[in-house]
Design a protein around this ligand. Structure first.
Ligand code: MBD
Ligand code: FE
Length: 309
């Protein structure tokens, strides 16, 4: 065979017209992106000799992915969300920014407008047997100066790996809070140690992962947005050390600097001092925010989210 169909004038013209590039209206940047997507997709179809039946299998898959509301889950599992972090890291580096707590992916399970509390909060509110976790630290700027009035928005899974709202067995806002740091930039929380999340076993994301020979498990983790005026919004997570999937996350979110020590306390006197009858764990974790500046890429990501009623 001489020459590819995708590079023929007929195909190139087809996708230029389909992207509206022969007309005046619309968004020029979007037109060029759409042209690139259709051309690259069809180049792949030609080069891999994708059959029509295979092609329509993929169309059906994407339809089901949207119907199951798992698009965000596949973006995480495909490594694409982590790639966006690598891009933002590099843009910041090129703009001269360094230091600060490493970012890592938001994932698809945040909810806006969690209850706001001052200084400290208790996150667990459902009757559930779980190891009690006390976590505390300071929000600081890149020079190590504490930031009072910063907001730490924290959300995590329960001991079964489920998130409130998405898991209807949990009460509203369970394991979700916003905590405003005190005069010394401190936040403090009481919760329970989460378990790792697993993709819905019968959903379209896990279906694709199965075909790739992959699992859909995340190690136990806790999510954070940390915001303060004049500073870059931080999106990150901490991982719970010791998890089997710590360095085998289906969403590729584990990063150096985000695996704090989990200290176990089983001294009866310490338990009593905390008002507990069982061992508990503590984590100390400080967040370092970078100053915002005009030459830096936008740190606040606009993204559609579920809305709690
Ligand atoms: C999660 O809890 C999560 O953090 C990500 C990234 C994907 C699925 C579930
Ligand atoms: Fe998560």
């Amino acid at each position: 065979m001489s020459g590819s169909i995708i590079d023929s004038p007929a195909a190139q013209q087809l996708f230029a017209r389909a992207a509206g590039l022969d007309g005046a209206g619309g968004n020029e940047r979007l037109k060029r992106i759409v042209q690139r997507i259709t051309t690259d997709l069809c180049r792949m179809v030609e080069e891999f000799d994708v059959t029509p039946s295979e092609f329509w299998t993929a169309v059906g898959y994407l339809t089901r992915l949207g119907q199951a509301n798992e698009a965000g889950l596949l973006v995480a599992g495909s490594g694409t969300e982590h790639f966006l972090d690598l891009l933002m890291d590099e843009k910041e580096r090129r703009a001269g920014l360094e230091g600060g707590t490493p970012r890592t992916i938001e994932g698809p399970l945040w909810l806006a407008d969690a209850p706001m509390e001052k200084g400290e909060a208790r996150l667990d509110q459902d009757p559930e047997q779980g190891t009690v976790l006390f976590m505390e630290g300071q929000v600081k700027d890149a020079n190590g100066t504490p930031i009072p009035g910063a907001v730490v928005d924290v959300w995590h899974a329960n001991t079964k790996g489920g998130y409130s709202f998405f898991d209807p067995s949990q009460s509203a806002w369970n394991l979700r809070r916003r905590i405003e740091t005190d005069g010394e930039g401190r936040y403090r929380l009481r919760s329970i140690l989460p378990s790792g999340y697993g993709c819905p076993p019968d959903g379209p994301t896990q279906e694709l992962l199965n075909h790739l020979g992959r699992h859909g498990q995340r190690p136990a983790h806790v999510h954070f947005f940390v915001e303060a005026p004049g500073h870059r919004k931080l999106t990150t997570q901490i991982n719970i050390a010791g998890d089997k999937f710590l360095h085998d996350d289906f969403a590729f979110a584990t990063r150096d600097g985000l695996i704090p020590e989990v200290v176990r306390h089983d001294d009866p006197a310490e338990m009593k001092a905390r008002g507990l009858g069982e061992p508990f764990v503590t984590i100390r974790f400080d967040f370092a925010l970078n100053r915002d500046a005009a030459n830096l890429p936008e740190a606040v990501v606009v993204r559609e989210h579920a809305k709690a009623a």
